[in-house]
Structure formats: C-alpha cells, structure tokens
Design a binder for this molecule. Structure first.
Ligand code: RNT
Ligand code: ZN
Length: 424
C-alpha cells in the first residue's frame, strides 16, 4: 500500500519523465480533478427503479445479470451507497438520476404526472454532497412500453403519454438546475425498435421525430438550465433488427434541433471506433455527451475498465483540445459483484482515462506528424504507454484526500460487512 511519502517520491520522477516530452503533470492533475463525471444512480439497484413492482413487464432492453447480495432496495439505501462511493472517488462528481427513481410516498404517480417534489430527497442529498444532478426520462419498464415502442408507437394515445413524460422530465431537470445552481443534462433514450424486419422503417422514425418536437416545443423550459441530449444505439434486446432511434437518426435530429448528441461506448458494432467519431461529430455539433461503458461481445454494460476504447476516446478529446465540449457520464450495471466496488472501479477508470488523455504529449506527436516524421509519431505514441501515469494518478488521489492504489477496497469490505450484508 503506497504511503504519502512514496507517492510523492514516485510522482517527482513521473513529473520529470512527462516534462521530457513537454507535458505539465501539474496542469493535468488540476484539470483531471475539475472535470465532472456524472455517476449513473442505477448501478445501486440493478436498474430496478423505485416504482411499485408490476407484473409482466418487458424490461425494455435493459437487463442487469447476477445476484450479488446487497442490492439497494429504496432511496435511502441508494443514497447511503452513493455517499460511500463518492467518499472513495477523487475529483468532481455529479449524480445522474432516472425518472423511475421518483419517491412518491407510496402513492402511485404515473410517469406523465411526475413533479419536482417527487425528487426532493435526491435534491437535499445532492445539496449535502455538494454535487449537481442530471436526469433521464424513463421510457422503459412500464406497461405502455411493453409493445417495444414508446415515442414512436403507432397509437397516438400511447405516444401522448410518453410525450407528457418527456415534458415533465424537462421541468424536473430545470428544477434541479435551479435548486443546485448548475445546468442539468436531461438525456432521452427510448427502446423503440423491432426484433425482426419491419415492413415500414419510415413511419416510426417520422413519429419519433414528431414526438420529440412536441416535447421540445415547451418553451417554458429554459434550455440553458435543462440541456437535452438524445442517445441512439445500434441494436438492443428485442430490437435486434431495427432501432428507430439509430445513430444517424439522432445525429441528424440533434444537429437540426440544437440538442446534445450522446455517444454510449457500448452502442456500436464491436469493430467500430467510437474515438474516431469524436472529430467527425465535433466538426458540426457544439458539444457531445458520452456514456462510458464496456461492451463485451455486445452492449453488455460491463463495469468500465481502463481499456483501449475508453483511453482512445479521451485521447481524442485531448488531441482536439475538446475538454470544454464534452460532458462525461457513466452507464454500466453489473449485479454479479459488489456494487460499491463496481462504481469505484468504473468511475476511477473513466477518470484515469481522462488523466491519460491530459498527459498525452499531443504537441510533440502532432509536430512529428506535420513535419513528416511518421516513425517518430508512432515511436512516441508507443513510448507514452510506458510513461508512469499511475504515479501521477496516485498523487492526484493523495491531493484529493482519497485512498490511492487499491486501498479503497478495505473501506468497501467494511461497508459490505456493516451495511450491505444486512440486506436481504
Ligand atoms: C440503453 C442506454 C441508456 C440506459 C440508461 C439506463 O441502451 O444506454 O443510457 O442504459 O438510460
Ligand atoms: Zn447509455
């Protein structure tokens, strides 16, 4: 376990090694700590939500697998777990809530009738933790989503229900922004799609665009406070053949309607590079939202690790100096391991990838490339992999007063014994 003295000694050496390739580690640490990561609340309870359980629901393409003990069963348990997680993370965090984590005091309140007051416990908690809130309308796990269609449903009354849900979600997001004095990103993802080849791919897409337009037509919502994002995907459980809200659909929609486009690292074909999409989108879109995730063979939402996909994504942000144009959020859920540890691993890995991006000797690499020394570019790229970013990371943790190395595991074990193991 690294002591403060050893961390500082290793950091000094690392600082010199990075300085030799023109990188200022002090600057990188400051920036890596300041950029917020929005933690998804849904790893606490395996995306179950806090609504009364309903029979015969189709999960809407979202499924957490595994039965590790200690799942949070209510809002208080979720908040307790999330506070523990926050205490083990360096840097600035936010919380990303889904609408079905409303707390309605046992009264049934359907999604189209949700109000800011149903989230007052979350707002008080966020205030105590001094963090901002983000939001997501929940267009799944509901009887009116069972057909596999919501905003693109052929029945206008079903569409209208979901349009109302979209509208209330924006008012709730605006409320969060006002209460916590920080803009709230409100991300829309719908499960709409078909398992098998539809005869008409046009009509649902037309309906989806019209429904969103109806949601966003509400001018009482201030778009400086509620920042709407839209998230597409390639396929899902039950929408293997056709996803109404595909990547192309949402790229065009976001661009023409001034909405933020969300790229989820699990939402593409495994051979596609999401990193490569960054510069293509940022040529046209002012900002992007990213969901870091880890697809294993498919959109499996495994806990994020410091793999090449995540590293390369943030390298692109660094190389385009696009840190002000990216909003960072997490999206994974694994019910087969300790959920507190899952968060700490995934959030730390995301921030480590950000740090690695910030430590990239971009100026030298680009100079070598521009001056025709491709071999130098490649050699330097390889060399940077061996540079001691881990020593910089430990120093970053030390400065923010959170456990460095794997020391946080002890606290996870303590919390598991004292709290999680007492849950059914
Ligand atoms: C689904 C999307 C979406 C969800 C969350 C729960 O494929 O990635 O972001 O995971 O809204
Ligand atoms: Zn996502």
């Amino acid at each position: 376990m690294p002591t403060a003295k050893k961390i500082s000694a290793a950091y000094k050496l690392a600082q010199d090694a990075y300085a030799a390739v023109g990188v200022d580690t002090e600057k990188a640490i400051k920036r890596a700590l300041a950029l917020p990561i929005s933690l998804h609340c849904w790893q606490t309870d395996d995306v179950a939500g806090l609504e009364p359980p309903r029979e015969g629901l189709d999960g809407g393409g979202i499924m957490a697998t595994g039965g590790y003990p200690g799942r949070a069963r209510n809002g208080d348990e979720m908040r307790s777990d999330l506070s523990k997680v926050l205490s083990l993370l360096p840097g600035k965090q936010r919380l990303n809530l889904h609408a079905f984590y409303a707390e309605t005091d046992g009264k049934p309140v359907d999604r189209d009738a949700l109000q800011p007051e149903h989230f007052s416990n979350w707002v008080s908690w966020a205030r105590r933790e001094r963090i901002g809130l983000d939001f997501n309308p929940t267009y799944f796990a509901h009887p009116l989503a069972n057909a596999g269609f919501t905003l693109a449903h052929a029945d206008p009354s079903v569409r209208q229900f979901w349009i109302e849900h979209g509208k209330v979600s924006r008012r709730i997001a605006q409320h969060f922004a006002e209460k916590l004095r920080t803009p709230c990103v409100n991300n829309h993802w719908v499960p709409d799609g078909a398992k098998d080849a539809p005869a008409d791919r046009f009509a649902p897409r037309h309906r989806l665009a019209e429904s969103y337009d109806a949601i966003f037509a509400d001018e009482s919502v201030d778009t400086a406070k509620c920042i709407d994002a839209v998230e597409g995907k390639l396929f899902g459980l039950g929408s293997e053949e056709y996803v109404v809200g595909s990547q192309e659909f949402y790229s065009n929609y976001a661009l023409t309607r001034q909405k933020m486009l969300c790229l989820d690292l699990g939402h593409y074909h495994p051979t596609e590079s999401v990193a490569d999409k960054v510069s293509a989108h940022l040529e046209f879109h002012p900002k992007l939202l990213v969901h870091t995730s880890r697809p294993v063979r498919w959109d499996s939402d495994h806990v994020v690790t410091l793999d090449d996909a995540v590293r390369n994504f943030f390298l692109e942000i660094a190389r385009g100096n696009a840190w002000n144009r990216i909003t960072i959020a997490l999206d994974f859920f694994d019910a087969s391991i300790n959920r507190i540890a899952a968060y700490v691993i995934g959030t730390r890995a995301t921030r480590q990838a950000m740090l690695c991006g910030l430590l990239d000797p971009t100026a030298q690499l680009q100079a070598a490339e521009n001056e025709g020394r491709g071999h130098e570019r490649l050699a330097l790229m390889e060399y940077t992999r061996a540079l001691p970013w881990g020593a910089v990371w430990d120093e970053l943790c030390r400065r923010d007063d959170v456990p460095a190395g794997a020391d946080w595991l002890k606290e996870v074990a303590r919390y598991e014994k004292a709290v999680l193991s007492k849950r059914d």
